[in-house]
Design a protein around this ligand. Structure first.
Ligand code: ADP
Ligand code: ASP
Ligand code: MG
Length: 471
């Protein structure tokens, strides 16, 4: 089989963890599989790179910050890669070259006091570039030739810095031309997650947590047999385990369930991960490097429906509810179209859309970081309607959260909504708005942010999701 294996930050978070990730790769290689590895940065490194750049913009840049980021990589190179290996010298030289570039950029930022999205991508993607040679070196030192490959050579993207989208045709051609020959020679390519490059070769990133997405893009581009996401929990769980300690791992979920859960806040998968795999029916597995013998979660077409209807509950915080309201909106065609065009223009992502049947109000939810530019765009696009009084107000409310209830079998199972609202009512949790897609595999609710944790707990309990699903 051709496997794409992605290792997340904690799975490559230290010398020991990188060594174990290398062992897991070798196990599959020794079983006769071809493996393409996709790696994240060591845990915490991306945050540190971004914080350093943001501080540099404010004029605070210190060499100690740079040493704190780069030195652990140097130590790991010494510990993981055989002493006389050319690969060790190259890894060390690469770390030094990147550190120099990082320091030069930070010094520049501290002088000009501003940073473009393009510069931020150049910095935030460095963590993966530092980590890939360490993992490749570790695999080689354990006996199987392995090379680090920068995804700038593989994943071609548009120039939406910070949230770039792959151009699949070019990416497929790159992956086939550069990765396939290595696999055929028995070499293990270790590709940097999270990053890509524009057609002009400028580094982009796919969004925070985007290494999962890199793995599915590469899996699709190579027509892989399976995509394995190695992380720090046993799989996709019925809720975020840090919010609901009783949450259970789901053995099998459908592509739709996985996509809905990822979209509505299950951090274990980047929200765009599922689509490339789904389009080509490539099975995805989520596995735990801390418990590698566990079967994890399989994402499949059928997804083993649960008789309870609901399989999982998630929440998203740091979102903003934007409302456009006015009694004069009724019967004026095109307001919704203009509003959504404005949102699309500023490339914001709509998480939820609602319209009252009276047509006096349209609201939608966007990420908090996008709310400012959405509001400005709406005020500009709808200025004439505001002036004419069709629209009275465009407002934002940042104190909300989305809670989503997901399960394929919710479709056609009566009484699910009643149970959800019964649980929330009993917990005295006020629901601000509701949306149910016509696919009926998801009910999304808006609640006050302060109520979100209790809402998730109450729904989890009401559907007895603490009971193992498959038993
Ligand atoms: P990685 O670094 O491997 O990409 P992440 O931290 O991005 O790992 O994602 C894994 C984490 O996602 C888990 O440790 C868990 O805290 C969190 N998480 C949130 N919701 C869920 C869920 N429904 N199922 C599993 N994990 C979840
Ligand atoms: N290192 C990147 C991040 O922290 C990508 C990833 O881990 O998936 O966002
Ligand atoms: Mg992740």
């Amino acid at each position: 089989m051709l496997l794409v294996m992605k290792f997340g930050g904690t799975s490559v978070g230290s010398t020991e963890r990188i060594s174990q990730a290398a062992e897991l790769v070798l196990k599959s290689v020794n079983e006769g599989h071809q493996v393409v590895v996709v790696t994240s940065a060591m845990s915490g490194v991306t945050n540190k790179l971004i914080a350093a750049a943001e501080n540099a913009v404010k004029g605070n840049y210190h060499k100690t910050v740079s040493d704190e980021i780069f030195e652990p990589h140097r130590q790991a190179a010494h510990a993981l890669i055989a002493e006389n290996a050319q690969q060790r010298r190259e890894a060390l030289a690469g770390i030094t070259a990147r550190q120099e570039r990082f320091e030069a950029i930070c010094k520049g930022l501290s002088m000009i006091h501003e940073m473009s999205a393009r510069t931020l991508d150049a910095i935030s993607g460095m963590g993966e570039m530092l980590c890939a040679p360490l993992l490749a070196g570790a695999i080689s030192s354990k006996g199987r030739e392995s090379v680090a490959i920068e995804a700038t050579q593989i994943i071609t993207t548009n120039d939406h810095f910070g949230q770039a989208e792959p151009l699949m045709e070019a990416t497929r051609a790159n992956a086939q031309a550069k990765l396939k020959p290595l696999l055929e020679k028995g070499v293990v390519p270790v590709v940097t997650g999270f990053i890509g490059a524009t057609v002009d070769g400028v580094t982009t990133t796919l969004g925070r947590g985007g290494s999962d997405y890199s793995a599915s893009i590469i899996g699709a581009a190579l027509d892989a047999d399976e995509i394995w996401i190695w992380t720090d929990v046993d799989g996709v769980m019925s809720a975020n385990p840090s919010e609901v300690p009783e949450a259970q791992t789901m053995r099998e979920i459908s592509y739709t369930e996985a996509a809905e859960l990822a979209y509505y806040g299950a951090k274990v998968l980047h929200y765009k991960t599922i689509l490339p795999a789904y389009k080509q029916s490539i099975p995805v597995r989520i596995l735990n490097t801390f418990n590698p013998n566990n079967d994890g979660t399989r994402v499949t077409v059928q997804g083993r429906p649960s008789p309870r209807g609901v399989k999982a509950v998630t929440s998203i915080r740091n979102v903003s509810l934007i409302s456009i309201s006015g009694k004069g909106m009724q019967g004026i065609p095109g307001i919704a179209a203009k509003a959504f065009d404005a949102v699309a223009e500023v490339k914001a992502n709509l998480l939820m859309i609602m319209q009252a049947s009276s047509e006096n109000n349209i609201c939608f939810v966007v990420n908090l970081s996008e709310a400012d530019r959405v509001l400005k765009a709406l005020q500009k696009t709808l200025s004439v309607d505001l002036l004419q009084g069709h629209i009275e107000d465009i407002t934002r409310d940042d104190s909300i959260a989305i809670v989503a209830v997901v399960g394929d079998k919710m479709k056609g199972t009566p009484g699910i909504s009643a149970k959800v609202f019964g649980a929330l009512g009993a917990g005295e949790i006020n629901v601000i708005a509701i949306s149910q897609g016509s696919s009926e595999v998801n009910i999304s609710l808006i609640v006050e942010e302060k109520d979100a944790a209790n809402a998730v707990l109450a729904i989890h309990k009401a559907f007895e999701l603490e009971r193992p699903i498959d038993k």
